[in-house]
Structure formats: C-alpha cells, structure tokens
Design a protein around this ligand. Structure first.
Ligand SMILES: NC(=O)c1ccc[n+]([C@@H]2O[C@H](COP(=O)([O-])OP(=O)(O)OC[C@H]3O[C@@H](n4cnc5c(N)ncnc54)[C@H](OP(=O)(O)O)[C@@H]3O)[C@@H](O)[C@H]2O)c1
Length: 278
C-alpha cells in the first residue's frame, strides 16, 4: 500500500460548452482530489482551492514537495491529506481511490499529474520504454482514475472531474510522438466519458494548455504562446466552474489546432517537421 500521511491539523476561448448539469458549484465543493499536487500546476491549483471547510486530498510521488503544498493549503484553512503513489501502478491507484472515496466521497477531482518528454536529440525515434511510460502516466492512469471516479460520482448523482491534457494532443509532433499521442488519447477518452455520464449530474472538463511559464523560468517561445502559472490556474478553474467541456489555453493554441486541421497534409507535415522543441 502506498504511504498515506494524515493531515497534521485540521479570457480563454471556449471551444465547446456542455449543457448545464446539476453538478454542485465549486463554491460548495467540500472534498477535492488533486493529482500532480507536488508539481507546478497541481500545487498552484491546490493552493487556489484551499480554504476553510474544504478537504483536499493531494496526490503525487515526491513527499517533500507534497508536504510543502500541504503546508500552504493548511495555512489557508483547508484540511489536507497527502498520498504518495505512482500513477503507473494502476492497481494500487484504483485501490487508493476506492478507499478514499468510500471514506469521504469526492465532490471534485482535478487530475493534473502527467509527464512531458521528447526524443533524445540524436535519436530518430523515441526510446520504447519512454513511450510505454508516457502512455501509462498521461493516458492509462488518468483515464482509469477518471472512469472510477465518474462511476462513483454518477451513482451519487453529482461530481466534477477536470483533466489536464495538452495542446500537443492536436499535433503530430515528430520529436514527441508519445507525449502528443498519450494526450490525444486522453482528449478523446475525456470527450467520450463526458457523453457517457451526461444527465447523471457528473461534469467532465478537459483543459488543454499550451506552454505554461515556470516561476522564475522562461521559455524561448513567443509571448502570445506563453501563459503564466497564475493565469493557467485562473483559466483552468474558470473552465471548471463554467462547466466547459473543453478549453484550449491560451487561445492561440486553439487557432493552431484549427490551422493543423485545415492545412493540406503536405504543408502540415512540412510545418511539423520544421518545428523544433522549445
Ligand atoms: N508545463 C507546461 O507547459 C504544460 C503544458 C501543457 C500541459 N501540461 C500538463 O500539465 C500537467 C502538470 O504539469 P506541470 O507543468 O505542473 O509539471 P510538473 O511540475 O512536472 O508536475 C507534474 C506532476 O505530475 C506528477 N507525476 C508525474 N509522473 C507521475 C507518476 N508516475 N505518478 C504520480 N504522479 C506523477 C508529478 O509528481 P512528482 O513530481 O511527485 O513525481 C508532479 O506532481 C501535466 O499533465 C502536463 O502534461 C503542462
């Protein structure tokens, strides 16, 4: 069993919008699961959701960074539990979600955990082990977790699940087939899951970010393609609170998706082959 640490103390452009569901509003969400809470986006989302009368269950692998997020959330008044587990261990993860949700049902789940990787500079094709790992962590793990949660939430008649994909899902990136493919699989899964639970009171939202700027970091991409971490948090939560089915953020990535779809294939291929990872 994975180690569990008890709490010490108490304008992006919508692409699709779902019909309103009877899901509870975020303001009334009481028990919230956040995966990837040891990371940049998951940690910032946890801090944004932390307030009195909210219980957060924070998942990740790195207990040191999870503890730092947990401390900040407790300082904001939230009740916090952290759990270290590997999303690639799907059996352990499903057992953990069944146990946690049976103890205190989740109202909202922000499934943020994921890994980015590209082929080595001197490699024509990505390493096979890397392909398997990314598919497991970016697709199989979050999809299985979302399915388990959706089923339990639908039985109760309410709940909200937000999954973080990537704008890379909409482009055949030759230097990152596993990342693009795993996020593309997740995007299709989330869209289908959303339809599967329609009318059950469960809201399913996919947010597909482009580039998120790291605190103190900086990436060699045009500013229009870059989003600060606070902006990313605001837009993820706005998409969730509005009940959007899908948000691509920032908006230029929605335009790039359209261009990818509309360009004749040989032009599109040439563009993708010319693009170098930032
Ligand atoms: N940053 C960007 O520009 C960007 C752009 C588009 C999409 N995204 C997506 O946004 C999400 C968050 O990314 P981020 O920028 O916050 O990256 P990050 O700081 O590296 O955080 C990634 C999180 O995922 C967790 N994680 C990774 N592998 C895991 C595994 N096998 N089992 C359990 N947890 C695992 C990490 O946990 P540990 O650190 O504890 O291992 C960490 O909490 C990811 O899904 C990413 O694909 C990011």
């Amino acid at each position: 069993m994975s180690p569990t640490l008890p709490a010490s103390t108490p304008p992006d452009r919508p692409i699709l919008r779902d019909a309103p569901t009877p899901a509870r509003s975020a303001a009334s969400a009481r028990h919230i699961l956040i995966t990837g809470a040891s990371g940049a986006l998951g940690g910032a989302l946890a801090r944004a959701r932390a307030k009195p009368c909210v219980a957060l269950q924070l998942w990740g692998r790195d207990l040191g960074r999870l503890a730092a997020t947990a401390d900040a959330c407790r300082a904001a008044g939230a009740d916090v539990t952290v759990r270290s587990l590997d999303l690639a261990d799907i059996g352990a993860m499903l057992a953990a979600i069944a146990e946690a949700d049976a103890a205190t049902p989740f109202d909202e789940a922000l499934l943020v955990a994921g890994q980015g990787d590209t082929a080595a500079a001197d490699a024509r094709v990505e390493d096979a082990a890397q392909v398997a790992r990314l598919v497991q962590v970016n697709f199989a793990g979050p999809a299985a977790l979302a399915a388990a949660l959706a089923d339990r939430m639908a039985a109760r008649g309410h709940g909200r699940i937000v999954l973080i994909g990537s704008a890379a899902a909409f482009h055949a990136l030759p230097f990152a087939p596993a990342y693009a493919g795993s996020k593309a699989g997740l995007a299709r899964f989330v869209d289908a899951l959303r339809l599967a639970v329609r009318g059950s009171g469960v809201q399913v939202t996919l947010v597909s970010p482009g580039f998120i700027d790291w605190p103190g970091g900086g990436r060699p991409v045009p500013r229009a393609l870059l989003m600060s971490l606070p902006t990313a948090v605001r837009r993820v939560l706005a998409a969730a609170d509005r009940g959007q089915s899908h948000a691509i953020i920032p908006w230029p990535f929605a335009a790039l998706r359209l261009i990818d779809r509309l360009l004749p294939a040989p032009w599109r291929d040439r563009l993708l082959l010319a693009f170098k990872p930032p």
